[in-house]
Design a protein around this ligand. Sequence first.
Ligand code: ADP
Ligand code: MG
Length: 375
Amino acid sequence: MTDLLNNIKLLSQNKIENKRVLLRVDFNVPLTENLEIADDVRIVKSIPTIQLLLKNNNKVILVSHLGRPKGRDTKLSLKPIADYLTKVFPQNTVPLVKDFQIPTQQSSDIILLENIRFYEGEDKNDEAFAKELANLADVYVNDAFGVSHRSAASVIGITKLLSSYCGLLLEQEIRAVEKIMENPKKPVVAIIGGAKISTKIILLEKLLDVIDTLILGGGLANTFLLAQGLDVGNSLVEKDQVNEAKHILSKAAEKNVTIVLPVDNTGLENKILDIGPKTQKVFAEIIEKANTIIWNGPVGYAEDERFAKGTQNIFTAITQNTHAFSLVGGGDTLASVSGNPDISKITHVSTGGGAMLELIEKGTLPGIEALKQKK
Ligand code: ADP
Ligand code: MG
């Protein structure tokens, strides 16, 4: 992963002026039934990039996807986002543009293209579709970390056609992961929860190279408990992953990484649904002493308030540690703590769930590689 940003033009260091800029953002925000934005963190985090481009007299054209539409789906229109941006940028107009019919654009207009996944060419990384996009602008900026692990026309194809830059948010996201994976300040603690170990084996293996302590919780920890011969009753468990859990346990011992598993739990009907009070205390004490923290995955069935206490406790422990560098990411992880004002006490909240995990696992992402300047 060394020097991931090498050979990439960074917007933070290269001024773009008086250009038409196609800015790929990740405005894939959760919406309520009434199509209101339920959590705006992804939009908020891209605003500095938009502001910088506007300040330098560029014409900004925003490209984003929302959800996974099959063709056009009015429920997945970017209209709520256009309305939101109109409030954030009262000096500007934010027209929502369908089918690339861009009106004559003033520098004060922020064009928002309609959901790019309404078009088949996006996910197929279709060349002709990428050209259609490229024709709208002079330069391209990627600020969409959350889709940089995908091969899409607005992430990959377009970089072959326009001079391409890494946006302010994408740069921050990459630097945050680098900070964990390259010479992090010890002790380094990872808290990994979530439902399944099978989706996180490679992540765990990679982390073992850099961390001192691995805290495990959630459904995933049950498989580890089973591997140690403990009874997990009716809990969520992956019986076919017991060998993988044993492999992680022995790898950890080899690398001198301490694995910490729950010592008590709460639940229903002989089912583990959250970590218990003793475990909360043990986990919090370890987190308190850490100098580097990475957290992914709720440590319980946090969608249900009754079983969200353990997860809230992890969040509180991380926010109370003011000396550590902390990185928190994951779709469900963010959902479980979003809206909490203390979220600003986390050094970096990643906007990319799958993208963050894949960056740790593979050391790079297709969208990052695509930004490298071709020689
Ligand atoms: P993220 O999206 O943050 O990467 P995951 O998708 O890996 O997180 O895991 C989140 C899911 O794990 C949530 O739906 C949560 O309810 C579930 N989960 C965590 N602990 C348990 C448990 N003990 N029993 C059942 N489900 C659990
Ligand atoms: Mg998830």
